[in-house]
Design a protein around this ligand. Sequence first.
Ligand SMILES: Cc1cc2nc3c(=O)[nH]c(=O)nc-3n(C[C@H](O)[C@H](O)[C@H](O)COP(=O)(O)OP(=O)(O)OC[C@H]3O[C@@H](n4cnc5c(N)ncnc54)[C@H](O)[C@@H]3O)c2cc1C
Length: 410
Amino acid sequence: MSDVLNCNVAIVGGGTAGLALATALRAQGVADVVVLERDVEAGGVPRHCGHYPFGIRELGRAFKGPDYARALVRNAKAAGVEIRSGVTVTALHPNARLGLNTAEGNVELQANRVALCTGVRESSRAQRFLSGTRPQGVLTTGALQAMVYLNGKRPFKRPVILGSELVSFSAIMTCRHGGMRAAAMIEEGPRVTVRNFMRPYAALKGVPLFTGARDLRIHGHREVEAISFTNRRGVTEMIETDGVIISGQFRPEAALLHASHLDVDAGTGGPVIDQYGRATDPSYFVTGNLLRPVETSGWCWREAGETARRMARDLSDPIGRVPFVCQRSVDPALRFVLPQRIALTDAAGAMTQMQMRVSEPVSGHLVAMAAGNTVMSQFIDSRPERRILTPMVSLSRLGQAQDVEVKILR
Ligand SMILES: Cc1cc2nc3c(=O)[nH]c(=O)nc-3n(C[C@H](O)[C@H](O)[C@H](O)COP(=O)(O)OP(=O)(O)OC[C@H]3O[C@@H](n4cnc5c(N)ncnc54)[C@H](O)[C@@H]3O)c2cc1C
């Protein structure tokens, strides 16, 4: 390490959240805001989502992903944000100090505040415990999109899509755009994950959809030749295919965190934050899909605007380290509760809502308890991958510092 660079706010990741945050910080009058992006261009995931609709709420009309990404970059530059692409952040050190890898070598950067905005990625084949042989031709949707939209390639003719999230349906679109026809869509869960309005899309495009598939197995030596599974009736199905697209089951891009001093939440897979969006080192803020899997770009954009207001306030009037209580799920069906900490301060600008997700269909009263008292209660009727919002537990109801436990009363 030779040089130490300096800036006021360093933003790690130039996707939707990082660019929206940087632009909004400038609008709040915050000077010297730098976005660090490892790719050759900023823009994040939308750069390779060559489909509509991005930007309706935030830019006033529907864009394809790459046009939307370019618009966000333009807006950030026009606001005076410095975007450094081709720079990978390799280490997070205490008190807003970063290790960077640049074309010129390794350097350190000292900021007053850092915002982490590294987004989410789909689970890999290994993370999904997929059995069978290990031939070429197994890709995530993100990798497929990058091949088709960024490099104009056609990796398969008749791939099979695993998963039934929104991104799995967008894989059908990507296949069609690239001159491929999906041979089938296979979901291991008992039902399709996506919301009802998207379900007919697969049938409309002539893609058979199987739910409740078990014992998935990939076949083929050098290249994928088939995929087999046990169907709902216990019968083995074998589908010939030349590629497998493993879609969804998102996880925060948290490699940096695991090697850092910041606490990581097992539920979200992202950093532990408080109601101001601060990580366990208060010089670090977090926004975008790194917080939790997974939200739309529009949601991340809006959330980043709120984070910018909190960061701007914290730069001029720091909250600093204050006592806090932890809140966590004590119910196996409740995957996560965000934020995971409540800082015991009434400083302005705190989140007004908590975010949660369930791991199975659930109907009942969601309750937050502290020291035996119910401090928040709300009826929910939800399914996996659906956003659940509840009012934030109020500090006045917490009384003395007691951890908050959240569960569902069926
Ligand atoms: C395959 C896929 C398809 C999706 N499709 C859609 C869709 O159709 N519509 C929709 O609304 N949402 C979609 N999403 C959700 C997507 O996460 C959001 O749209 C949005 O991109 C979230 O913004 P973000 O800034 O949190 O993350 P991202 O857009 O992922 O941006 C994160 C950025 O951080 C950079 N980065 C990561 N680590 C480092 C590092 N160490 N150093 C420097 N830079 C780093 C990455 O290169 C990236 O540019 C999709 C997500 C995935 C993974």
